[in-house]
Design a binder for this molecule. Structure first.
Ligand SMILES: Cc1cc2nc3c(=O)[nH]c(=O)nc-3n(C[C@H](O)[C@H](O)[C@H](O)COP(=O)(O)O)c2cc1C
Length: 218
């Protein structure tokens, strides 16, 4: 079982810290192999809306217009995964520009594409992990934005499972503004939020559980 965490933060900070906890939980419970893809280290040009990626059948590239950046390599990594966790800081009530650019560039993976990558995220397990500098600063809306993406890619979306008090029903959600003066400038402040840590652990287990169920069904 392979579970990939995508870190959409421009920093190696709270989102990374929480993603690590989530992936370690899946490793421990399901012996999953895990990996984090750091979008801040990748070159991802924003989609220009030409639809050439969906229409092209012959070229090997996911996107004939923007070939040469790192999207090709990332898509190839995702094909190997059974589960994918999309991690993002909350920026103005939604995902970061880095994660959104990545999402838009996965257009050739959709159901109506003629591209060789068509449907390659289909039936992979998807989960959302978010961190906000405010407790109620748009965390659940950001999770739902990620869920919409997963549904559109025909992924199997999971929340935090049957736990009675998961901290967040929809996914892993953390508050990084816990320091009285520095707020979310503290790179691992999210560790002071017990609900963040717990929701990450239960989501890690839930993703692992669903990967196993899907594998058994295959
Ligand atoms: C441009 C920008 C917009 C932000 N918007 C929000 C917001 O709408 N809601 C919120 O709770 N926090 C917001 N924050 C705070 C970040 O979510 C917070 O700093 C978070 O810890 C960043 O994740 P990271 O530590 O992984 O980089 C914003 C931060 C920045 C830089």
């Amino acid at each position: 079982m392979k579970i990939i965490g995508i870190n959409g933060s421009p920093r190696k900070a709270n989102t990374y810290t929480l993603l690590k906890i989530l992936l370690q939980s899946a490793e421990k419970t399901y012996s999953a192999k895990t990996e984090i893809i750091e979008l801040r280290r990748k070159k991802i040009k924003p989609c220009i809306g030409c639809f050439k990626c969906s229409d092209q059948t012959e070229e090997d590239y996911a996107c004939p217009s923007l070939k040469g950046d790192d999207m090709e390599e990332i898509i190839t990594q995702l094909i190997e995964a059974d589960g994918i966790i999309f991690g993002s800081p909350v920026y103005f009530g939604g995902v970061t520009a880095q994660l959104k650019a990545f999402m838009d560039r996965t257009q050739p993976l959709l159901r109506y594409s003629k591209n060789k990558f068509k449907n390659c995220l289909r039936n992979k397990v998807g989960g959302a992990l978010v961190v906000g500098g405010n407790r109620n600063g748009g965390l659940e809306a950001t999770i739902q934005g990620i869920h919409h993406y997963c549904f559109i890619q025909d992924m199997v979306v999971v929340g935090t499972g049957p736990d009675e008090q998961p901290g967040c029903y929809l996914g892993a959600a953390g508050f990084s503004g816990t320091h009285p003066t520095k707020g979310s400038r503290v790179l691992d402040a999210v560790l002071s939020d017990p609900l963040a840590v717990y929701s990450a652990e239960v989501l890690g287990r839930r993703v692992g559980e669903m990967c196993n169920i899907i594998e058994a069904g295959r």
